[in-house]
Write a protein that binds this ligand. Structure first.
Ligand code: A2P
Length: 341
């Protein structure tokens, strides 16, 4: 693909701004980058890499001449405009859940299943942030030893819920220290019937519940993991929790592999050499991943690797990554890089 013209839908949002930053930082060979958002933001200017970009309203016509369109403005905007972009010749890299489980849409983490990119028909889905960092870390283990069971509990940052949630955490923290009444309007989700404070709290609800008792975020992790690994027999369970952390999702992951006799050192050796993974695992030196130190970093950090004390094929891991980067913007840009290569 030559003379690549790029658009970012949701360019003023938490992920959209990071997509622009990553395209610039990684010197993505774009001839032009068009920033799109809602009508409210039209005319706003955003600076990146020494250039000033003007934001335009998202309309079907805005995609004329665009080759690659990143979407990160929520599922309803993707549903409304992604096909308009494809109709005009663009490949859409969609960061929402709108098309992830569509059998005709590849769901791609470049370190895990880049081969799926060959099968797209205009739209490529970027997985859920919590799913990306987990499958990227587990892929080398799955490849070498097989993986049949996975139980994950997440500790997720507010930035995953957008700019409004970041602002709400800051305001509530101030309200808490000022001893004034805490106002909660954004989390667990803007559309929720009840809102709870996130400052100094932990909310075991991300997205809404379905009749199974799981939240949609948990079901996304379960279903997307199976699709990315192309293993629908794998046993996967998830509990997703929001914490008062600005950026960086953490995950406690329990896995059962197909082989006995594998040691913690075997897993450490694999992860030490895996692409995009940083092993931070030395209990004696108190070395383990933490979200505060993963912020603005591209890699997925893995530590606290332990053998289960009862199950000979069971291991526990602690996986941390910046949810806005590998969990969203970086993975999307890596997909675009794979496409043009
Ligand atoms: P805007 O800033 O104009 O509202 P976040 O995930 O951080 O909350 O960001 C959401 C992104 O989605 C923002 O860039 C926001 O733009 C964009 N957005 C919201 N509503 C629309 C819309 N109707 N059309 C296009 N973009 C939208």
């Amino acid at each position: 693909m030559k003379n690549v013209h790029v658009a970012i839908v949701g360019a003023t949002g938490a992920v959209g701004t990071k997509i622009l930053e990553k395209l610039t930082e990684r010197k993505f060979p774009a001839d032009s980058i068009k920033l799109l958002a809602s009508k409210r933001s039209a005319g706003k200017e955003i600076k990146a890499g020494g250039k000033t970009y003007t934001v335009h309203e998202t309309t079907p016509e805005a995609f004329e001449g665009i080759d690659i369109a990143f979407f990160s403005a929520g599922g309803s905007i993707s549903e409304k405009f992604a096909h308009e972009a494809v109709k005009r010749g663009a490949v859409v890299i969609d960061n929402t859940s709108a098309f992830r489980m569509d059998p005709n849409t590849p769901l791609v983490v470049p370190e895990v299943n880049p081969q799926e990119l060959a099968n797209h028909s205009g739209i490529i889905a970027n997985p859920n942030c919590s799913t990306i960092q987990m499958v990227a870390a587990l892929q080398p283990i799955k490849e070498k030893y097989g993986l049949n069971r996975l139980i994950v509990s997440t500790y997720q940052a507010v930035s995953g819920a957008g700019v409004e949630a970041i602002d709400e955490l800051a305001e509530q923290s101030k309200q808490f220290t000022d001893r004034s009444e805490i106002q909660a309007e954004v989390l667990p989700s803007a559309s929720a019937q009840r809102h709870y404070p996130i400052a100094f709290n932990a909310i075991p609800q991300i997205d809404s519940f379905d009749e199974s008792g799981y939240t949609l975020e948990e079901l996304k992790m379960i279903n997307e993991t199976k699709k990315i690994f192309n293993d629908y027999d794998m046993s996967v369970a998830a509990t997703c929790v929001r914490l008062p952390v600005v950026s960086g999702h953490s995950e406690s992951v329990y896995i059962e592999i197909d082989q006995e006799g594998v040691s913690v050192e075997d897993l450490r050796g694999l992860l030490k050499n895996a692409p995009g993974i940083v092993l931070q695992d030395d209990p004696a030196a108190q070395l383990y991943p933490m979200p505060l130190y993963a912020e603005d970093k591209d890699e997925v950090f893995v530590g606290r690797i332990r053998k289960d004390l009862n199950e000979p094929t069971g291991f526990h891991l602690w996986i941390v990554s910046d949810n806005l980067l590998k969990g969203a913007a970086l993975n999307s840009v890596q997909i675009a890089e794979e496409l043009i290569n």
